[in-house]
Write a protein that binds this ligand. Structure first.
Ligand code: BDR
Ligand code: CA
Length: 315
């Protein structure tokens, strides 16, 4: 079993990422850590606890993390996850208490307890991991890797036509805290950034039959997903919006789901027009060698991804 920490900002799709991570027999979910992003961190923490309780996994600790980006003020999201941040599923108040530790400290402590074994899954802004690296730089040698929903690389039209940030070509998680993303991208930790090129592709969509199966299931997480699909489609969005973050969990379970490539990438932290943009340098000549070499998602097997997700949701 692969040991993981899921660092997230639920958010309807982060909530579904929690479902996959908590139910997969291939993953050992050590903790869920929460961050400001889709909603303020007190709401994302509450939603993470609600989701674990829904799944009967109150044994997994939830630690609350950074309330704001490292440097900049927090922007507001042009997309809505509903009044409760969970597509208006309005789950019951959880009994599961928050961990007494700050997420940054829990991340440092778990990495030290399991050197070389933990993969961090980041499905929100990277403020917690970046702060952990600032506080305790030695953890970078002890982390097995990071798999993140992060960036938009322009490999296909979905990367930019479905851009989630509030500048024309940015992805929300990088856009919210570009300084944190820059720290993680430049850290030297093996990073797989699954960007909008693979995670918001229109092929990531359910058939009518899938949706009917979620509606008919007795599993509360299937009902949650069904309601979320109704919520986004009623607002003119595609159903893929409900499961963007699930791609990171799926990749942790089965890396053959996504073809990747190694490229040099810089994160824009200054320009008002391109803030949060992840700029690839794939030139044959004059490449900026100072940019970090990271792995990015180039193409995903969306049919197999959806099959895995469906199997875990209905299990
Ligand atoms: C990211 O933006 C958020 O709204 C989603 O939760 C996902 O992590 C995609 O850009
Ligand atoms: Ca998210």
């Amino acid at each position: 079993m692969k040991k993981i920490i899921l660092d997230c900002d639920p958010g309807m799709d982060d909530s579904m990422a929690i479902v996959m991570a908590a139910k997969s027999p291939d993953l050992d979910l050590l903790a869920v850590t929460t961050v400001n992003g889709n909603y303020p961190v007190d709401i994302t923490s509450l939603n993470a606890r609600k989701m674990l309780e829904l799944l009967g996994r109150s044994d997994i600790p939830v630690a609350q993390g950074m309330a704001r980006p490292m440097v900049r003020p927090s922007p507001s999201d042009p997309f809505t996850h509903g009044k409760d941040g969970q597509a208006e599923n309005f789950l019951p108040e959880p009994k599961l208490p928050l961990s007494p530790l700050h997420a940054v400290d829990l991340i440092i402590s778990l990495i030290r307890q399991h050197p070389g074994e933990i993969t961090m899954l980041c499905t929100g802004p990277m403020s917690n991991l970046a702060m952990a690296l600032v506080k305790e730089p030695s953890i970078k040698e002890q982390l097995a890797g990071v798999i993140a929903i992060s960036g938009a690389f322009g490999l296909n039209r979905y990367a930019f036509t479905n851009a989630t940030g509030d500048t024309p070509q940015s992805e929300w998680n990088v856009y919210v805290d570009p300084d944190a993303a820059k720290i993680v991208y430049e850290s030297g930790i093996p990073l797989v950034a699954l960007g909008l090129d693979v995670a918001t592709h229109f092929d990531v969509n359910f058939s009518e039959a899938d949706i009917a199966e979620f509606a008919a299931s007795e599993r509360p997480e299937a009902k949650f997903l069904y309601n979320a699909i109704q919520f986004v489609t009623a607002r003119g969005f595609e159903a893929y919006c409900t499961i963007i973050d699930c791609m990171a969990v799926a990749y942790a379970i089965d890396p053959t789901l996504v073809k990747t490539m190694e490229v040099r990438v810089g994160v824009e932290t200054q320009s008002p027009l391109t803030l949060g943009m992840t700029v690839m340098d794939i030139r044959h000549h004059h490449t900026w060698q100072q940019l970090p070499l990271i792995t990015i998602g180039a193409e995903a097997d969306h049919a197999r991804f959806l099959a895995l997700l469906k199997q875990l949701v209905l299990a």
